[in-house]
Write a protein that binds this ligand. Structure first.
Ligand code: NAD
Length: 357
């Protein structure tokens, strides 16, 4: 029996998580699911966005299914009590260092993209972003009086980009292993023409690639990658990159599809234990209205089966069911177009359950 910690969170979180659980239950898998509050919901009950009991549940689980956190009503709280701190806390305490974000454009939804259908139709790429290192966490950093240069004495902000070899090695393994479950191509994105950190990154990628002779490795500078994502996104299979470049490229890739309610994500540790959540936020503007799109969360549950629980066939079944409901014309409001059948959050979950074969 695999243990799943279910953390619905705030806003539309509980509504979309309920649909993902419905789909998992319909598959009759050996899963035990226990729910705990997180984010603003946890702050209201326990005075902290990530209470010890929730963290313990997450630590002892095989995987975490996470809804979303955040609401404008918590914006005036001190930073450590804001709902979003729960995600950062979970990443830190569970050592989740690899963020996997697929960008998939279903043929039925090409009109939601700002790109031409022939460029975007059938897109299926995966961005693997390192989450724990890079310029976001490197020290020293700060604001000081500039010690030298043309503007010596002026206030200057500075940060440090750094990656150690083991950090690059472990994200490389995640990317190569993910590519084995897909199209067997990895494109490593860096800025090695300018940055020392990127030169080491590229060197390590080339070395680790030797352990994966079945995978084709290529390299691209980040500025070119940003252009190619818009020009020829289907030329990629897996993109692996650092925290800063991945932050930007994964949002760019997500937006290519045009449907934020459709995109799942995973954050993994070194043993493939992971936290699975939709790429979107808690959407407080539509919470409680029963109109949120649950498909990103349902697809996150499919990723959980594939990457943390080794249930590949069941993951495929969920993804095929989502494809089926889209071909049948079912749409929540965010992806609704003329001639399609508009459904509520619950009806969309029901349609996916019915489409499971
Ligand atoms: P958001 O992603 O919550 O919403 C952006 C827009 O997309 C809104 O109009 C919303 O209605 C719509 N939307 C999002 N998900 C949808 C879905 N499943 N179905 C239909 N429509 C959907 O981003 P935001 O409005 O910038 O942030 C709202 C709150 O979410 C903030 O408190 C923010 O901090 C938080 N947030 C949390 C996470 C997370 O939990 N991982 C991520 C991003 C933002």
């Amino acid at each position: 029996m695999k243990k799943i910690a279910v953390l619905p969170g705030d806003g539309i979180g509980p509504e979309i998580i309920a649909e993902a659980i419905k789909v998992l239950k319909a598959l009759n898998l050996p899963l035990s699911m226990e729910t705990a509050p997180v984010g603003g919901a946890a702050y209201d009950i326990a005075g902290h966005p990530l209470p010890p009991a929730t963290l313990d549940l997450a630590k002892n689980a095989d995987a975490i299914l996470f809804g979303a956190v955040g609401d404008w009503k918590y914006d005036t709280l001190a930073r450590e009590f804001r709902p979003e701190q729960a995600i950062l806390g979970l990443r830190k305490h569970l050592a989740l260092f690899a963020n996997l974000r697929p960008a998939i454009c279903y043929d039925e939804l090409t009109e939601a993209s700002s790109l031409k259908p022939e460029i975007i139709g059938g897109l299926n790429i995966l961005i693997v972003r390192e989450l724990n290192g890079d310029i976001y966490f490197g020290s020293p950093k700060g604001i000081r009086s500039a010690p030298d240069g043309l503007f010596a004495g002026a206030r200057e902000g500075f940060d440090t980009m750094r990656y150690s070899e083991p950090e690059i090695e472990r994200i490389a393994h995640v990317a190569f292993n993910a590519a084995r479950k897909r199209g067997r191509k990895v494109c490593s994105v860096d800025k090695s023409n300018v940055l020392e950190t990127s030169q080491l990154w590229r060197e390590v990628m080339i070395r680790i690639a030797k352990e994966y002779s079945d995978i084709e490795l290529s390299h691209m500078y980040v500025d070119n990658a940003a252009m190619q994502l818009v020009k020829a996104p289907k030329s990629f299979d897996v993109i692996v990159t650092g925290n800063l470049f991945g932050d930007i490229l994964s949002d760019e890739a997500a937006m290519l599809t045009g449907s934020i309610g459709m995109l799942p994500s995973a954050s993994l540790d070194k043993n493939n234990k992971g936290l699975y959540e939709p790429s979107h936020g808690s959407a407080p503007d539509i919470a409680g209205k029963g109109i949120a799109n649950p498909l990103a969360t349902i697809l996150s549950a499919a990723m959980m089966l594939r990457y943390s629980l080794g249930m590949q066939a069941e993951a495929d079944r969920i993804e095929a069911a989502v494809q089926t409901v889209l071909s049948q014309g079912w749409r929540t409001t965010d992806i609704m177009t003329a001639g399609k059948k508009q459904v509520s959050t619950v009806q969309m979950g029901d349609a996916v359950v019915k489409a499971l074969i």
